[in-house]
Design a protein around this ligand. Structure first.
Ligand SMILES: *Cc1c(COP(=O)(O)O)cnc(C)c1O
Length: 370
């Protein structure tokens, strides 16, 4: 029997050890740790990767969302339309600045924001739409951008799971007014700690984020607005610079494994992630939908395979966000989905033998429960 973890940061470290160790040494020897050359260079390199004009490094993905909202002029009491089928930080970033999340349901096939539900939830207080490119696949941006234009709303993309994903040839992070990326260690591009980035094509928004992340300081001890301390540090920037050149190859390997899973699972009627039209999925996660999910998970665990659930409880059903439950309506696709989803291991360093083993175990489990 094999034992296969859900992810394994050590494999990547071992493969890139020399470059990563050298990056750390360079920062230690420079004696400069906050807002320096590494942060600046990584921002420029990441902006280029995305094909965006500006990128500003911040302390985490959550704070990237928070500062992007503020930089777009969204303030306390404003409403932002988003999904409940996401990682809690999408919404935590709003509550941190008293912005009110308004949830719409997801599309059953792609698990991303269902654009047909937006207009019914627009109120005089609505200021923005915040689609989440969940699991590594872009939300359906064409109608989202059209609705935003018609109602004069800002669009902020949550790209925490979508480094390198595309929609009709456009990179995630370049379609809205601003976008937030996370470099949490397990993301497609992960730091060795917390880090995040705001990406935008608008100079004013980039400038606002630069001020907000550094206590609103223009030059030393001169503060023109109230800000925060939310800076990417030099060490994370240097490490991320060493990893960025590998991101395209890692994403290609993730897609290759995902397509092997699809090909093997589809004939057995297993419900696999659907790739929406015109979208290149970067497979941050491979999420199956299985009816007896908890049994399925236990049986895979017994076969040595670690799985996770993204996410077992939608945000609007969390105790902390009870006040955000949509009145009257509920979110059937979100709620039904949460009971069936199961993420199986998918990372670039999985060996072909491990992929074969996972395929066999998933098919066997599916037959056992049929
Ligand atoms: C990881 C994640 C975040 C938060 O990023 P952190 O860097 O952990 O703060 C936000 N939204 C989504 C969808 C995420 O997956």
């Amino acid at each position: 029997m094999m034992t296969i973890p859900f992810g394994d940061a050590k494999r990547q470290y071992n493969a890139l050890r020399e470059g990563l160790d050298a990056a750390v040494r360079e920062v230690f020897e420079s004696g400069w740790f906050i807002l320096g050359e590494q942060t600046q260079r990584f921002a420029a390199e990441f902006a280029q990767f995305c094909g965006a004009k500006f990128a500003v490094g911040v302390a985490s993905g959550t704070e990237a969302i928070q500062l992007a909202l503020l930089a777009c002029g969204i303030a306390a009491g404003d409403e932002v339309i988003t999904v409940s089928n996401t990682c809690v930080p999408t919404v935590a970033a709003m509550s941190a600045i008293a912005v009110v999340p308004v949830f719409v349901d997801i599309d059953d096939a792609t698990f991303t924001l269902d654009p047909t539900q937006i207009e019914a939830r627009i109120s005089p207080k609505t200021r923005a739409i915040l689609p989440v490119h969940l699991y590594g696949q872009c939300a359906e941006m064409t109608p989202i951008l059209e609705i935003a234009r018609a109602h004069r709303l800002m669009v902020i993309e949550d790209c925490a799971q979508a480094h390198g994903a595309t929609y009709c040839g456009r990179m995630a992070g370049t379609m809205g007014d601003a976008a937030a990326f996370s470099f949490y260690p397990s993301k497609n591009l992960g730091a060795f700690g917390d880090a995040g980035m705001v990406v935008t094509n608008q100079e004013q928004i980039a400038q606002n984020v630069r001020l907000l992340r550094n206590y609103g300081q223009t030059t030393r001890y001169v503060h023109c607005i109230k800000g925060y301390n939310s800076r990417m540090d030099e060490l994370q920037a240097a490490l991320l610079r060493a990893k960025l050149p590998h991101l395209n190859a890692w994403n290609a390997r993730r897609r290759e494994i995902a397509h092997r899973y699809h090909a093997a699972f589809a004939p057995f009627g297993l419900r696999c992630p659907l790739e929406g039209a015109g979208r290149v999925h970067c497979y941050h996660l491979y999420v199956l939908k299985v009816p007896q999910r908890d049994r399925f998970q236990t049986l895979l665990h017994d076969k040595g395979i670690q799985t996770l659930i993204h996410y077992p409880v939608p945000v609007h059903l969390q105790e902390a966000y009870a006040e955000c439950r949509p009145q009257g309506a509920h979110l059937p696709c979100t709620e039904r989905g949460a009971a069936e989803i199961l993420s199986i291991p998918l990372f670039a360093e999985l060996t072909d033998a491990e992929v074969d083993y996972i395929i066999q175990a998933v098919v066997e489990t599916h037959e056992q429960l049929a």
